[in-house]
Design a protein around this ligand. Sequence first.
Ligand SMILES: Nc1nc2c(c(=O)[nH]1)N[C@H]1C(S)=C(S)[C@@H](COP(=O)(O)O)O[C@H]1N2
Ligand SMILES: [Mo]
Length: 357
Amino acid sequence: MNDITRRPPQVGRYTLEEVALAARNSGMPLEALRHDVTPVGMHYCLVHFDIPALGPADWRLEVGGCVERPRRLGLEDLQRLPARTVRATLECAGNGRAQVSPRYPSVPWIEEGVSTAEWTGTPLAGVLEAAGVRPEAREIVFWGADRGIDRGTEHAFARSLAPAEAMREDVLLAWSMNGQPLPAPHGAPLRLVVPRWYGMASVKWLVRIEAIDHAFDGVQQAHSYHFRREAGERGVPCTRMRVNSLLAPPGIPDFYTRARVLPAGRVEIFGRAWSGEGGISRVELGVDGAWRDARLEPAPAPQAWQRWMADWDATAGEHELACRATDAAGHVQPIEPPWDVTGFGNNSVHRVRVRVV
Ligand SMILES: Nc1nc2c(c(=O)[nH]1)N[C@H]1C(S)=C(S)[C@@H](COP(=O)(O)O)O[C@H]1N2
Ligand SMILES: [Mo]
């Protein structure tokens, strides 16, 4: 499965395939950073294959494998279980890929593959406890209804978690997003939501949960979603989101370049910061390469991004604004993109060019 020959890293122009993937998979417009909870229509969306059309009437969730009591559950069965709402930030592991050079030809996110929603569903732990996961279970596999081919292998999108991670109290089987029924592109009628992890763990269009007594070797688990310095090496699995932050571009945009134009004077610069490895302890605003501390609002929920802000006395001329977060575990965003062949986990600082007039 060495796919470097199939998808050689690129420098320069985007390919037609990358542009097609960029058009299908929508990013969060950065002006949505003003919202604590991203409106449904502004939440980023990533779909590997086709969006399945699953009507809740004939849809069922199977729970099986190494369990004492296999079951088939309808949406109403799940909705009779205790419900919980979790505000969670999801970020695609490939977010920032287009800034890594040479880049891996896939969805060319620049920085917009992240959003925060309020997910309502029932904790997965309760469903697993009711099914009685047997002690020999080593992993829980989550199967989506969507099928396709990647790396030459036909498969349904599927991912696994260790039982202890799956039993975490904030891992949900969600049927609602921001109080609305889950929209089809986001996984209707039911999806998994795994807060703190990169988005690939949150399997959409969920149809089967299977406890297995070995390591899951599905394409999306064992081959994709690994940090690798070189194609073909075993790599390190992508799991929790690395510390990252974004800056809401101030002023107004130039249509084609997206460069920002704003008047001179005091302006509040703000944005959001998050990490899957704990809360945010510090955010700095960079102005033309000089860093100063920003203010940080308290975390609205341990699984959600935090708002930060700083005043800037904008003076006439061209400037570069940037932001850099540090998490409670002491991880700091790097200035330059960390090297990864597939462009995963690029949490380098966000930069915004502004022209003050
Ligand atoms: N079944 C299925 N689940 C999936 C995917 C998919 O293609 N199929 N994409 C994953 C990836 S890579 C991400 S980043 C998130 C995106 O969730 P969203 O589209 O709701 O933002 O869904 C994940 N769950
Ligand atoms: Mo993703």
